[in-house]
Write a protein that binds this ligand. Sequence first.
Ligand SMILES: NC(=O)C1=CN([C@@H]2O[C@H](COP(=O)(O)OP(=O)(O)OC[C@H]3O[C@@H](n4cnc5c(N)ncnc54)[C@H](O)[C@@H]3O)[C@@H](O)[C@H]2O)C=CC1
Ligand SMILES: NCC(=O)COP(=O)(O)O
Length: 341
Amino acid sequence: MNETSQVTDLVRSDFDLAITMGDPAGIGPEIICRAVAGMTPEQRSGVLLVGDPDIYRRAAALIEAPLEFVSLEKHRAGDDRVAVAEVHVAQGEALPDGRISAAGGDLAFRCVERAVALVQAGHARVIVTAPLNKAALHAAGHHYDGHTGMLAALTQAPSSFMLLASERLSTLHVSTHVSLRDAIDRVTEERITATVEAGHAHLKAMGLASPRIAVAGLNPHCGEGGIFGDEDERIIAPAVRALRQRGFDVQGPISADTVFYRASRGEFDLVVAQYHDQGHIPVKLIAFDTTVNVSLGLPIMRTSVDHGTAYDIAWQGHADATNMGAAIAYARHLAAQRTAA
Ligand SMILES: NC(=O)C1=CN([C@@H]2O[C@H](COP(=O)(O)OP(=O)(O)OC[C@H]3O[C@@H](n4cnc5c(N)ncnc54)[C@H](O)[C@@H]3O)[C@@H](O)[C@H]2O)C=CC1
Ligand SMILES: NCC(=O)COP(=O)(O)O
């Protein structure tokens, strides 16, 4: 029986969160154990870890957390031990700490695959992901651009969008993991429209009655009348006009050098960024520890830390789990909003 088919044999089905291990060579196992160790027994009972239990045990020992783990199939309501949907490292494969390996990339992929199956089967509600390394993922032959694209493929969603949500500033991206040259080609009316629609729907679902959305320009000063490029006038402005005609509270294009500052002061609930770094840099600058990566446009719910695998500090015992805590809190909030709706 393979790991995915085991979901049909589960003995319990009331987990709020399925938390995936990410790349085991990185800080994922450590920050997950830190976050779980800090939970109340009630919160912990709603958590299902996905990954290799021996690696979770090693991480718990590293941080001296008194956590015990039990296979999902043996877990019962009231059990103090942390339930684990087991996904094992391929035997005999090298998995060096803090280094890119096919074994690490493959385990990270199989954990996400398993988590999706668990959620689709109704055994968990929201997926929270620890970071994976995209080079390791590709080394293992899984050619996705990250979780966001992988989740779209695994759930047969036509598209997915990356939201970085923080208290002061949230950004949603027209494109993410492509080259800057490709990103410019992806600035199309269709993609801008779909991104605004996805952001609007998410904010409504999170309880905002009328989300105020800004769309960032692409070129310096939005092209300044065509002197520095014409995409802002030719593509972004018509897309925003059409959205406004449909009733969306959306403005733009607004120069990228001011729009994030304005949003961070409360003028907008969301900024649609035209490419990865445009939307990532301002949020990570002001809220690296607390920004949550949320996948939009999928039939399932998923949140994540905003940081990466941090190989440089992996398995040294001093990774900061604040961001994992924020991703978990956002996931719980998502689930609660969905229940209330
Ligand atoms: N959600 C995900 O799966 C994400 C995955 N990545 C991937 O992670 C890999 C490494 O990315 P990098 O650009 O090196 O960024 P990174 O976020 O892994 O590391 C950047 C710096 O921040 C530090 N850092 C990050 N998280 C930390 C934490 N929790 N506690 C203490 N220090 C922390 C690291 O030690 C490093 O100095 C790449 O393959 C990237 O694609 C990056 C972002 C998100
Ligand atoms: N820059 C964000 C990142 O790399 C995480 O991407 P994803 O795994 O959430 O698609």
